[in-house]
Every structure is written in structure tokens, then in C-alpha cells.
Design a binder for this molecule. Structure first.
Ligand SMILES: Nc1ncnc2c1ncn2[C@@H]1O[C@H](COP(=O)(O)OP(=O)(O)O)[C@@H](O)[C@H]1O
Ligand SMILES: [Mg+2]
Length: 155
């Protein structure tokens, strides 16, 4: 799957992410990359909404690396920010391998490029770029074995 969408407002970005979030399953890994302020945390707020969680609870985990959100929903959202990690060697400290094995958790990683060597092939990549102050080009990519779940994600 490779889907490209130009989102002309923060709300459009959140709505796209919520549609993706509503199709996620336990064990899914969403990897977000793009420069500071491109909307990675906004996108994770949309994922939370799509998972039935409170999007306003989602904030940047930068200073604590990792946050978990759950609220009597079937799936927990674990939100990781790799910005302050030195690299993949820091991942054992947040229980990365256990996280990847968890079948009731969706993982969203901001700045995933910083831990590229630790990322499995089975993942959903979200690349975000500024196109103006209020617009972002968002590219979603996933391997073929995951793609059927994302049919008609965008019109
Ligand atoms: N189309 C858009 N999509 C996402 N965010 C947008 C958009 N237009 C403007 N913004 C703004 O860009 C900022 C994105 O912040 P944030 O999600 O924290 O970025 P990042 O996590 O990538 O550093 C927010 O202030 C948001 O209001
Ligand atoms: Mg962020």
C-alpha cells in the first residue's frame, strides 16, 4: 500500500489518522517521520480517536520517551518519541521487544528513523512534509500483507 494525501488543515490530518486508527489491530506498529512541527503528534491524536481513546490526552512524550493510553478500550496505544534516543541501543530500556510482541497494543513511534535498524518489516510508515503553514503532504506505506485492511482509506 502507498497512499498519498494532501491535508489542508490540522483537522484533515487528524481525520485521516482517525480513519487509519479505526483499522488498526493489536501488534500494529505505526512509524512517523518528518521535521519538527509537521504534525506527527497531531497524527497520533487522530490514531487515538480512531482507537476510541481520548485524543486530547495525547501529547508529545519527548521528555519521557514513552506513554501509554488506554481507557477500557480493547487496544492500548503506546506512543514513543525517539527524538531523544541515541539510537536503537536505547530501546531495551523501554521494553521494546516486549512491546512488539504485545497483541493488545498499537505502537506509534515519532522520529522512527532514529531507530530504523530496530523496526520490523511489518509496519505502517507515515511520512509527513510541510507544504505550507497549514498543509501537510502525508504518505502512508505498508507491505502488501497489511494492505487489505487499508482499502478505501481515502476516497
Ligand atoms: N495540516 C496540518 N496537519 C497537522 N498539523 C498542522 C497542520 N497545519 C498546521 N498544523 C500545526 O502544526 C503543528 C504540528 O505540531 P505537532 O503535531 O506537535 O508536530 P510534530 O509532532 O511533528 O513536531 C501544530 O501546531 C498544528 O496545529
Ligand atoms: Mg511530536
Amino acid at each position: 500500500m502507498r497512499i498519498q494525501r494532501h491535508c489542508h488543515s490540522e483537522d484533515e490530518t487528524i481525520a485521516l489518522a482517525a480513519r487509519l486508527g479505526s483499522r488498526l489491530c493489536g501488534g500494529d506498529l505505526v512509524c512517523l517521520d518528518g521535521p519538527l512541527g509537521c504534525g506527527k503528534t497531531r497524527f497520533v491524536q487522530g490514531l487515538a480517536a480512531g482507537l476510541g481513546l481520548d485524543p486530547s490526552a495525547v501529547c508529545s512524550p519527548s521528555f519521557i520517551i514513552c506513554r501509554e493510553y488506554h481507557n477500557q478500550t480493547p487496544l492500548t496505544l503506546t506512543h514513543v518519541d525517539a527524538f531523544r534516543l541515541t539510537g536503537a541501543q536505547d530501546l531495551p530500556a523501554i521494553g521494546w521487544d516486549e512491546l512488539l510482541c504485545s497483541t493488545d497494543t498499537v505502537i506509534a513511534v515519532e522520529w522512527s528513523g532514529r531507530i530504523r535498524s530496530a523496526l520490523p518489516q511489518n509496519r505502517i510508515d507515515v511520512q509527513m512534509e510541510h507544504t505550507s503553514a497549514t498543509s501537510r503532504m502525508i504518505t502512508l506505506a505498508a507491505p502488501d500483507n497489511l494492505s487489505s485492511r487499508f482499502d478505501r482509506l481515502v476516497d
